[in-house]
Design a protein around this ligand. Structure first.
Ligand SMILES: *Cc1c(COP(=O)(O)O)cnc(C)c1O
Length: 360
């Protein structure tokens, strides 16, 4: 079978050039006579790899010097716990915007350790929009303010990042990191599971402002304290070495493409092709209000669940795979992360046009 266009929400498609480079180096990386998987994480060669990965990410995202970059495990889901464990110190309270299942999980975890104040929610309309935020509602006595800038399941995106003043803004960027230009200095913590826009599952990247490190309660397990990992350069224990290596290759690829500004333009172009078609189709319908549409995850539906099923099956036969919506919402979802080439999006739209014609 040829390689397909993989619209999976995560783990997701990786750039072919990255996979090919990894394949070339698979059994003998950088003339060491071994695979990166077989290297000691403390070896000179591996330190070069992890340092390169960090430097590339710093360059790409323009990360200020007073931020640490950590390569951790446990997925974005463990960050739902680590954030309150490390940041709840003065008030044991945080503000949240509930924009879907991942936000909810962050809220649930914070509730174990303190007060999770839900400022606004879009649950009333199945999370198909980003709720308006009223600055007067923001708690001044919050230890942090949490948002999910891109909602993977529902396909919504914050087009305005809230200004939270002195309250550290924490963002779960699992499905949008590196897809557009964010001003890192506006955030206290950015975290992202790797398996959408960075690399393989098993790695989570945390970008954290230094003054937020070192305040965890003494009872905090050592592995859940950011200070442990910050002090040891993500080497307190064995980090996910191969995942970090692939991430480094992805960062390199992105830099060669022209960096974040270039990929952002490309992503807008890709998303527009799909949304333009949806807006003009008589059969397919996008599910998200226009102003809050995601550029990474594009959900849409046909008039009946039977047609959805037929579409997904026929698309797969044409090499357009993993177009089913999240199991909780149904319908279709095309995830078009950085690694999805524009040709894949065009092929999908052509296929949708054909499908529509066949039903006319
Ligand atoms: C995928 C995803 C998660 C879950 O990540 P895990 O690495 O599986 O824990 C959390 N938040 C968002 C926004 C996601 O897209």
């Amino acid at each position: 079978m040829d390689r397909v266009y993989n619209f999976s929400a995560g783990p997701s498609a990786l750039p072919l050039a990255v996979l090919e480079k990894a394949q070339k180096e698979f059994i003998n990386a950088r003339n060491t006579g071994m695979s990166v998987m077989e290297m000691s994480h403390r070896s000179k060669m591996y330190l070069e790899i992890i340092n390169e990965a960090e430097q590339l990410l710093r360059d790409l995202m323009n990360i200020p010097d007073n931020y640490k970059v950590l390569f951790l495990q446990g997925g974005a889901s463990l960050q739902f716990s680590m954030v309150p464990l490390n940041l709840f110190r003065k008030f044991k309270k945080a503000d949240f915007v509930n924009t879907g299942q991942w936000s909810k999980k962050a809220i649930q975890e914070a509730k174990r350790f303190g007060v999770a104040n839900v400022l606004a929610s879009s649950e009333d309309k199945m999370f198909t929009y980003i709720p308006d935020l009223n600055k007067e509602d923001f708690s001044s006595d919050a230890d942090y303010f949490h948002i999910t800038p891109n909602n993977t399941i529902y396909g919504t995106r914050f087009s305005n990042i809230p200004d939270t003043g002195d309250v550290p803004l924490v963002a779960d960027m699992s499905s949008c990191i590196l897809s557009e230009d964010y001003d890192v200095s506006k955030f206290g913590i950015i975290y992202a599971g790797a398996q959408k826009n960075i690399g393989p599952a098993g790695l989570v990247v945390v970008i954290i402002r230094e003054d937020l490190i070192g305040h965890a309660d003494e009872s905090t397990p050592v592995m859940l304290d950011y200070k442990t990992h910050a002090d040891k350069g993500s080497m307190y224990n064995t980090p996910p070495t191969y995942g970090i290596y692939i991430a480094m290759l992805v960062f390199e690829w992105l830099k060669k493409l022209g960096g974040i500004k270039a990929i952002e333009e490309y992503n807008i172009e890709k998303a527009n092709i799909l949304y333009d078609f949806l807006d003009n189709s008589k059969l397919f319908k996008g599910t998200v209000v226009k102003k809050d549409r995601s550029r990474m995850n594009v959900p849409f539906v046909l008039p009946t669940a039977e047609l959805d099923k037929e579409f997904i099956a026929k698309a797969a036969e044409s090499g357009l795979v993993n177009l089913g919506g999240h199991r909780s919402v149904g319908g279709m979802r095309a995830s078009i992360y950085n690694a999805m080439p524009i040709e894949g999006v065009k092929k999908l739209v052509d296929f949708m046009k054909e499908f529509e014609l066949s039903k006319a």
